[in-house]
Design a protein around this ligand. Structure first.
Ligand code: F6R
Length: 359
């Protein structure tokens, strides 16, 4: 049931605070992450992690690649499942093969898991649906505990996937000694703050509702960000495409000058992710370049940005991962409100199915 919300997607955006608490439950020790479901030897002899997924789950995987290299100091590569399965990839035994899937049934991702098994790689599935095909097939599983997701556009599944990856990066860091106990403990206290940072406030939702009016027509959207905010930009653009049918692209902020900035004009909307705690100055100067070429800018940040036409303020927080989750909610609400204004069926967007079990 929608419990008074207009769409399941809206309900699921609001639910995120609760489901993330479930994701974290029992997994946050004092200065270590507890994954009882993992065999203690899973990472023994592993020198590389390969992450493989489709769509939104691929964006979560891309976010993980930043966390794994930064905190776990382990080489991480990223694969789109539909590409990987046909490109004769090299698979070495010191690689842990990780599939990420909300449903656990996506045909392309499942096929890559079979390939990894056939190559005798250790495998891990990060899934939301227990007893799904991937869960049954993989050597190890971490469940994301998002609950049933009804909206075709994935929201809470993504939030829980990223939370699991943040925890997993610390779990590996402990085994690889790449972070000390104190550093891990301070991440754990940040993780405990996630549920409160992704709570939707009335003020935030109202602001986005009002602001969405400006963004119904135009040439299209650029969502830009740096570092881990690049996969978040990709995810923001995918959400908008899926339910509003407007053209949107996610870009690394530093890439604009290598071509895309040629599109800048007032009808080109830039949604700029400006985290205070990660490459702020660099990202800001990329946005200034777009502003100087008259793109209409909507900045999402902790503090006002004078070059922006619109500004969505996230609450103050002391770490970029908390900014990540705050911005994630803003992007989800922005897509939702634009889609509703356009009169679309948010939960059943045209041409899409919840689970893609055919190629
Ligand atoms: C987007 C969306 C899709 C899925 C993709 C993979 O909102 O839901 O892009 O993320 O089809 O599905 P799973 O995660 O079930 O493998």
């Amino acid at each position: 049931q929608k419990d008074g919300y207009r769409f399941f997607m809206e309900k699921e955006i609001y639910e995120q605070s609760v489901v993330i608490s479930d994701t974290l439950m029992g997994r946050l020790g004092e200065n270590e992450i507890i994954f009882d479901e993992l065999d203690k030897t899973l990472f023994d002899g592993i020198n590389e992690i390969k992450l493989c997924a489709c769509g939104t789950s691929y964006h979560a995987a891309m976010s993980a690649s930043y966390l794994f290299e930064r905190y776990s100091k382990i080489k991480t590569s990223l694969e789109i499942a539909s590409e990987f399965r046909y490109r004769e990839p090299i698979m070495t035994k010191d690689t842990l093969f990780v599939v990420i899937s909300q449903s656990g049934e996506t045909a392309d991702t499942l096929e890559t898991l079979k390939m990894a098994k056939a190559a005798n790689l250790k495998t891990l599935a990060i899934c939301n649906v227990d007893n799904s095909s991937m869960v049954r097939l993989a050597d190890a599983t971490i469940l994301t505990r998002a609950g049933i997701e009804k909206g075709v556009a994935s929201t809470k599944a993504f939030a829980t996937q990223v939370s699991v990856f943040w925890m997993l990066s610390l779990y590996i860091a402990k085994r690889k000694n790449s972070l000390n106990a104190q550093e891990i403990a301070s991440h754990i206290s940040l993780l405990r703050e996630v549920p409160s940072h992704i709570k939707v406030t009335d003020a935030m939702h109202e602001r986005i509702k009002r602001l969405s009016k400006r963004y119904l027509h135009g040439h299209g959207f650029f969502f830009i960000g740096r570092d881990i905010f690049y996969p978040l930009a990709l995810e923001g653009a995918l959400k908008l495409k899926e339910i509003s049918y407007l053209h949107a692209e996610g870009y690394p902020a530093g890439e604009m000058k290598h071509g895309p900035i040629a599109l800048a004009d007032p009808e080109l909307f830039t949604i700029a992710l400006l985290p205070k705690h990660l490459h702020y100055e660099k990202s800001k100067s990329n946005v200034e370049e777009l502003s100087a070429r008259d793109s209409t800018i909507c900045a999402i940040s902790q503090s006002e940005f004078d070059k922006a036409d619109d500004f969505i303020q996230i609450s103050s927080c002391e770490h970029y991962m908390l900014e990540f989750f705050e911005m994630m909610v803003v992007l989800q609400l922005l897509s939702l409100e634009i889609s509703i204004r356009l009169g679309n069926d948010v939960d059943m967007p045209r041409n899409l199915a919840k689970s893609v079990t055919v190629e």
